[in-house]
Design a binder for this molecule. Structure first.
Ligand code: SAM
Length: 369
């Protein structure tokens, strides 16, 4: 796992946010990171794989490409898969799960393709194949070209490992981080979420400001790969000096249960000292004395929770509060319905393409007040 020869690394992205994730990856020092369909590609080494998993806030998972070859039929897939040096990629004592997807190819049966590769691994290396394995081999066959990758993350990277309490319709941490970046948040501004639910935006912003690595506490699938160097990894993951950003990250919600959850989540993430959550209806919200910063909010969408009719009035109230009391702030609203967004009367404009999330097309809308 310490082979310095670069290979293809693919960061899976929430569809629609590839360009923002590429920007984050370049800013993190992955200089040739470029947006592709569904993610971001760059060449790197295993240490880059570790670092991408630990440091990038917007990646959903990190895939390491281990092989690529033509496969016109299942027997050929089987034969070529058997020839791969599996012992340099996987351990014989660690169970793996194999998944396949076929597109525009003569091999069209996902299940059959996965089964051939799984059998090759089981028979050539001796690793157990198990549905619930912590390590996943991904086979993608497109235009008769088979690409084999390892999912080096394991559980989706939006699971930072701190959020136990979840409100209704929570925002994923990865999306929250990319929306914050799209709004120009660089860690220096104050941030308010007037409908914070479990507090995702606020905690994410506070972590960014404090210089906390998103993967500082969770485990990763790459820890199960051969030659994984625990000591070198611990060194790479060691905390940078934490910046004390001061109290400038605030969440409000009219649901007292959500406020308690957000407080607990912030405390577990180690940002309780510079976040504050309060029970407040958006109609009564006033700005903190931090000076203008960023308001970021995803109000109820209507598609998943509640009914649309009363929502127009909620969006109007949000708009009126921000317009009258938040002059000088920048606002970003994540929503699914352009009509509701217009009901705010804030002159919000789309800040990026639609983002597919949980079967919904959500969009970030932004304006300076
Ligand atoms: C879609 S959820 C936000 C989820 C949040 N971003 C998270 O990550 O958990 C919308 C939130 O708006 C809150 N809400 C609805 N009406 C409100 C109002 N009038 N004032 C304040 N909060 C309100 C709800 O209680 C809910 O927590």
């Amino acid at each position: 796992m310490t082979d310095p020869v670069p290979f293809d690394i693919f960061l899976v992205s929430v569809p629609g946010l590839e360009a923002v994730l590429a920007e984050e990856a370049r800013a993190a020092g992955f200089a040739d990171a470029r947006p592709l369909a569904g993610g971001v590609g760059f060449a790197g080494t295993w240490v880059d794989v570790w670092r991408a998993n630990v440091e990038l806030r917007g990646a959903t998972r990190v895939l390491a490409r281990i092989a690529s070859f033509r496969a016109l039929h299942l027997a050929q897939l089987d034969k070529r898969a058997r020839k791969l040096p599996w012992a340099s990629f996987l351990r014989p004592d660690v169970p793996v799960h194999v998944e396949a997807s076929c597109k525009r190819s003569r091999i069209y049966h996902d299940g059959a393709a996965a089964e051939r590769v799984a059998r090759a691994i089981a028979e050539e290396l001796g690793a157990p194949i198990a549905e619930d394995a912590g390590l996943r081999v991904m086979v993608r066959i497109e235009n008769d070209l088979a690409t084999i990758s390892l999912d080096t993350s394991g559980e989706s990277l939006h699971k930072r490992g701190f959020k136990q309490a979840v409100a209704r319709a929570p925002m994923r941490e990865t999306m929250a981080a990319l929306f914050l970046r799209q709004l120009g948040f660089d860690g220096s501004q104050a941030v308010i979420d007037p409908m914070c639910g479990s507090g995702t935006f606020v905690v994410e912003a506070a972590e960014i400001a404090a210089g906390l690595k998103p993967g500082r506490a969770r485990s990763f699938a790459f820890e199960l790969l051969p030659g994984f160097d625990r000591q070198a990894f611990d060194h790479l993951r060691a905390p940078d000096a934490v910046t004390e950003p001061g109290l400038r990250f605030f969440g409000f919600d009219r649901d007292p249960g959500a406020v308690r959850m957000a407080e607990d989540n912030a405390a577990r993430a180690g940002v309780g000292g510079f976040t504050r959550f309060e029970n407040c209806d958006v109609a009564d919200l006033t700005p903190p004395d931090t000076g203008p910063g960023l308001v970021v909010v995803n109000p109820p969408y209507g598609a998943r929770i509640g009914n649309k009719a009363p929502l127009a009035s909620l969006y109007r109230t949000l708009g009126a509060t921000l317009k009258t009391r938040f002059a000088g702030w920048r606002v970003g609203i994540v929503a699914t319905d352009g009509n509701l967004v217009r009901a705010t009367g804030l002159g919000l404009e789309a800040a990026g393409p639609p983002v597919l999330h949980g079967g919904l097309r959500v969009m970030l809308w932004a304006a300076s007040l």
